[in-house]
Structures are given as structure tokens and as C-alpha cells.
Design a protein around this ligand. Structure first.
Ligand code: DI6
Ligand code: FE
Length: 418
């Protein structure tokens, strides 16, 4: 199966590109080829370059003959398909009433303390079957796919008991069979204390969270282990036993850290060589240096910053200076970020956090893949999966620039136009 895309403006997003000039790259950040071609073979990117080299390559490379599918991009922009590397799209119910409370002045932490917040979604999630959870999640996943997403991370964390945590992960896994999209799951049993139980946080981690993780892992439901390290959730010390079990099971870790306060999550994550630390509005220089040394990616979540009307911005300049890769994601969840638009997250990353449009695009492609420990997607490079997005725009900065506008023209998933 061979497909050839011609006459595309291409943004490779490959920061390790070799022979850039030979490949016709005119902008080293985006890896821009103003008028290029890309060949797909058996679901993978097999060759690309400037249109001027296409005829020559066709002559030299017999593999480039017998094209099954030809797409004339007519000057449109081709990028890697987008990746949403932090979501909570599997849940029951909604929290619109809490939205009203917060608009009247209640803070997120106050709502949580009053029994609203995460625990109210827990009750709604516990009451749903796996089929109901999938149905609810698919509406949100479809909105993401419509924006050119090919890979979604989905967390558990609204069950807080063994059975419902497993049900959430089964729902997340079954999305792959229902839609042309890849799913990476994160076990987030350490999201909040379960409501109405007389247990210490340490007891909950020991008696519920760790057994749930072991069982979910046994069933092949877990790709990574996450936690909510926060004043209203779990302390760094309380999360340590969970991370130790993750290490024992050979699972990578990540952490919601320094979202509302500085709680030591970044230092904990760095010491466990976490894939990512997420939110990080309150991270300081010590944190950023530790994250850089550990090779962690910072996942910035402007939807939650916006929804909670937070004023403390993540330390973007420090991340840049210290070389911490920045990813961007929706944090799609019913409470702090009821947002299912990666394009809007890109716009917010620029306008609210001061990221550049290039950083925003790298944040939802190359660096989002990195935050998930994925190396077969997120860039245009020979040998990687042909997960691509073709946009009705001419320049990549346009993707972050518009608000509430979706210029996706075609999405290609594993070489198939979907
Ligand atoms: N941080 C968040 O922003 C979400 N979870 C977390 O740990 C919020 C989840 C919710 O409010 O339902
Ligand atoms: Fe989150």
C-alpha cells in the first residue's frame, strides 16, 4: 500500500533532522519545506523532500512507482497528526453547577472541600457501566479526532475504588477499537481521597490504590502511573509507595505537580525519572533544574489555568533556558478544564503563557509524544508512523493563531485517510 502526497507545505517538527538543506528545509524550527512531497508505505513515512526532488526520486526509487493513492495538497500545510498527552475524557456526569458556584466566588479548593469537585464526578462515574463510560468519552474523543488528533492519553482517577478504576481503564482501552485513534492509559488512582471512607491517605494508597494498580497491570490496562500531588490531594511522601510499585512493575510514572501550590511534586517526579510533570504553574527554579537533569517533559495545561482563573503562570522562560521540553494538552476533564480542543490549548499556550506558535505546535506533536514515552509518532521522519494532518492553512503559525476555528482538511491515521 503506497500513498503519495504532493505540493504540500510541510512542517517536519524534527529537531534532530539531518541534511536539512538537502531536504529543502527553509526554517529550522518548524522544519519547513515550502513545497514538498511525502511518500507513505505500509502505514509508515518512507520518504519526503522538496517537490523539485520528486521526479529524480521517482526515477531512482522503484518503490516510488505503483502509487495506490495520490493526494495533491495544493499548497496546504502537512504536519504530524496532533497528540493530546493529558486527558481525563472517561467520566460520568458533568459539573456545570460547580461552574456556577465558582463564578459566584467559590474557589476550586473550596468546592473540593465542600464535597464537590473530583468526588462528585466519582459518584457519577461509579454509577456508569463500561458501555456508558465509553459512550460519554467518545463524544469528547470525536471532538479531538476532528482536530487531527491521532493519539490520546486517558487517565483513570474518578473511581477511587478497585472496581471502578478498572472499569475506567477498560473503557479507555476500548476506545481504540471504536475509533481510528491510539490510546495510552495512565492509572490515576491517587487523584483524590474516596468520599465517605474513614481512611488515611496512606491507608488508601496501601489498601486500594496499589492493589488496583497491580490488578489493572495484570490485565494489561496500564501504560503509566500518575498521581495528583497537591495540598487538596496527596503529598509527595504519600505518592512514593505508589511510584515504587510502578518501578517494580516496570511502568513509567508522571505527576500532576505544583498546580495550585508548590508541594514538592516536581522534585519527586525528577527523582523517579518521570516521563512528565503536568500543570507546574508553581514550579520554581530548583524544580526546573531538577526536571532538566532528569529529562522530564513539562506538560502545560492552559485550559485548567483559564477555567480556574489562575494567575500564576508556569515558568516558561525557565523551561526554555534550562532545556526542559514543553508539551501542551487539553486536560479535558469535567471540573477544571471542560475543554476538548487542542487547537484552543495551543492558542492559550501562546496568549496566556507566552509560548511561541512554534513551541505550541511542537508541544502538541513532538513533545507530546515525548511526554508519553512514544517514539514512533509526533514528527515527519522516515520510518515513523504516517499519522498526519493536512490543514487548510499556508503557515504553521496559523494553527495557534485562530480562536474557535478548525482548519483540518484531512487526517491520515497509520497511512489511511480517515
Ligand atoms: N488536576 C486537574 O486539573 C484535574 N485533576 C487534577 O489532578 C481536575 C479534575 C477534576 O476537577 O475533576
Ligand atoms: Fe489532569
Amino acid at each position: 500500500m503506497k500513498a503519495l502526497i504532493t505540493n504540500a507545505a510541510m512542517a517536519l517538527l524534527d529537531d534532530q533532522i539531518t541534511n536539512a538543506a538537502e531536504k529543502g528545509v527553509t526554517d529550522r524550527f518548524y522544519g519547513l519545506i515550502p513545497n514538498g512531497y511525502l511518500l507513505i508505505e505500509n502505514g509508515l513515512i518512507s520518504a519526503f523532500g522538496p517537490m523539485s526532488a520528486l521526479q529524480e526520486n521517482l526515477a531512482n526509487n522503484t518503490a516510488m512507482n505503483q502509487i495506490d493513492d495520490a493526494i495533491d495538497a495544493a499548497g496546504r500545510l502537512l504536519t504530524p497528526a496532533l497528540i493530546d498527552c493529558h486527558t481525563h475524557v472517561v467520566y460520568g456526569g458533568h459539573r456545570a453547577l460547580e461552574f456556577e458556584m465558582r463564578l459566584k466566588g467559590a474557589s476550586y479548593a473550596e468546592v473540593a472541600k465542600a464535597g464537590g469537585g473530583i468526588v462528585s464526578t466519582v459518584s457519577a462515574t461509579r454509577s456508569q457501566s463500561v458501555e456508558q463510560l465509553v459512550e460519554g468519552a467518545l463524544a469528547r474523543v470525536d471532538a479531538l479526532i476532528a482536530e487531527g488528533i491521532s493519539l490520546i492519553e486517558i487517565k483513570s482517577g474518578y473511581g477511587l475504588d478497585i472496581e471502578t478504576e478498572l472499569r475506567m481503564l477498560r473503557a479507555a482501552r476500548s476506545i481504540e477499537a471504536a475509533r481510528p485513534v491510539r490510546v495510552i492509559t495512565s492509572f490515576l488512582g491517587a487523584h483524590a481521597m474516596p468520599p465517605g471512607e474513614d481512611m488515611s491517605p496512606e491507608g488508601y494508597i496501601e489498601k486500594t490504590c496499589i492493589p488496583a494498580l497491580r490488578q489493572a497491570h495484570k490485565e494489561g490496562l496500564v501504560d503509566a502511573v500518575d498521581g495528583f500531588c497537591e495540598s487538596i490531594a496527596f503529598s509527595a511522601e504519600q505518592i512514593v509507595p505508589l511510584f515504587n510499585v510502578a518501578a517494580e512493575l516496570g511502568l513509567p510514572v508522571k505527576l500532576h505537580a505544583e498546580q495550585l501550590t508548590r508541594c514538592g511534586g516536581s522534585l519527586l517526579a525528577a527523582s523517579h525519572k518521570a516521563l512528565s510533570v503536568d500543570h507546574v504553574e508553581y514550579a520554581n527554579k530548583e524544580d526546573v533544574i531538577a526536571l532538566a537533569a532528569a529529562g522530564c517533559t513539562a506538560v502545560l495545561l492552559p485550559g485548567a489555568f483559564y477555567t480556574l482563573r489562575e494567575t500564576q503562570k508556569p515558568p516558561v522562560a525557565l523551561f526554555r533556558d534550562q532545556g526542559v521540553p514543553m508539551a501542551l494538552a487539553t486536560d479535558a476533564n469535567p471540573g477544571s478544564s471542560p475543554m476538548t480542543s487542542v487547537l484552543l490549548a495551543m492558542n492559550m499556550g501562546c496568549t496566556l503563557f507566552g509560548m511561541t506558535p512554534y513551541e505550541a505546535l511542537a508541544g502538541v506533536t513532538r513533545n507530546a509524544a515525548r511526554a508519553l514515552g512514544i517514539s514512533d509518532s509526533g514528527m515527519l521522519r522516515s520510518g515513523l508512523r504516517a499519522d498526519l494532518a493536512l490543514w487548510d492553512v499556508a503557515h504553521p503559525a496559523e494553527l495557534a493563531y485562530r480562536i474557535g476555528f478548525n482548519p483540518l482538511y484531512r487526517r491520515i491515521f497509520g497511512g489511511q485517510i480517515t
